[in-house]
Ligand binder design. Structure first.
Ligand SMILES: [Zn+2]
Ligand SMILES: [Zn+2]
Length: 321
């Protein structure tokens, strides 16, 4: 089979290998699509020992397995199902987890991948294959963060820092869950206009018009995190999603002299999947616009360059299986 090797400095080479060799408890998944993620830019720049790609949908190809022939998504955390967190339904916080799909073990920028059975999520028949990966990081991660914030804040205006895929997902979820005006800070014009087309109102970080009961920080950058901590209203919630750089926050008076809640979340629990499917169904036509390019393996390097430059929203490797 063919798979992508991330060599660093933006270079991707397509190599051949014998294909995945699943061990007991794993299946072979023929990859249909794998969506690009902002966190992949780290392996893209640094190089990576295994094939990245963690927003995977494909078809199970392990003869005799109960899910053979079924379309499945891949849940990233390789969780145990037995620890206290897993038993409580918090599969994304498994205490014994040592591997994430597409990070510590091979991922989806390949024709096939070995997947632990517990990470297979069957895709409902009415969900188009190319939209299924949106159920993971874009809707899943953003949805979980906003649900956590709703325990603290019922609604009202919200601020979203960063209109990459997770920030855009947060805008869609906030809108769907009935939050009021959604302001967005995004320096990159294409993404800013895309966010505006879903009803978000672009604002400047240096001149925010108000403070907010909910602030979603989806850039991972210190400057945005600093602005988010300052912009949250007393008793409001800041939600930090996605990957982040090292922290360097100055505790200004605007941060120090108020009570507020800080929520950090990196992924969603499996038991929220059905709610996420419902959100995708409810806004399906708009989510279709997220998937703005689909390329074969040979086009992956060029597509990543466009994605890194902010010219693509949520493009994907598409293998048509
Ligand atoms: Zn991702
Ligand atoms: Zn566990």
């Amino acid at each position: 089979m063919q798979h992508a090797s991330f060599l660093g400095q933006g270079r991707i080479r397509i190599d051949s290998s014998n294909g995945p060799e699943p061990v007991a408890g794993e299946v072979v998944l023929r990859v249909s699509a794998c969506a690009l993620c902002g966190s992949d830019l780290r392996p893209l720049r640094q190089g990576w020992p295994t094939t990245p790609g963690h927003e995977i949908v494909g078809v199970v190809d392990s003869p005799g397995h109960r899910l053979t022939g079924r379309r499945c998504l891949v849940y990233i955390p390789v969780h145990c199902g037995r620890c206290e967190c897993c038993r409580a339904g918090d599969t994304h916080m498994c205490e014994t987890m040592t591997q994430l799909m597409g990070w510590q073990r091979p991922g989806g920028y390949a024709e096939a991948v070995a997947v632990p059975e517990q990470c297979l999520i069957p895709v409902p028949d009415d969900i188009p294959t190319e939209l299924a990966p949106l159920l993971l990081d874009t809707i899943g991660t953003a949805g979980h963060g906003v649900r956590l914030a709703r325990r603290i804040v019922a609604g009202g205006p919200a601020l979203v820092m960063g209109a990459g895929p997770i920030g855009l997902g947060a805008i869609m979820v906030l809108r769907r869950l009935g939050f009021g005006t959604i302001h967005v800070v995004e320096p990159q014009a294409h993404r800013r206009e895309f966010a505006a087309s879903f009803g978000a109102v672009p604002v400047e970080a240096a001149a925010l018009p108000q403070r907010y009961p909910v602030v979603v920080e989806a850039t991972g950058k210190d400057a945005a995190r600093q602005a988010a901590l300052e912009a949250v209203k007393p008793r409001g919630a800041v939600i930090q999603l996605g990957e982040s750089d090292a922290w360097a926050i100055s505790e200004t008076r605007r941060i120090r002299l108020k009570d507020f809640y800080y929520i950090r979340s990196f992924y969603f629990p499996l038991n929220e999947f059905d709610d996420n499917v419902a959100m995708l169904r409810a806004d399906l036509a708009e989510y279709r616009r997220f998937v703005d390019a689909r390329v074969p393996l040979a086009g992956l390097e060029t597509l990543f360059a466009e994605f890194a430059a902010g010219r693509r929203i949520k493009p994907q490797l598409s293998l048509g299986t």
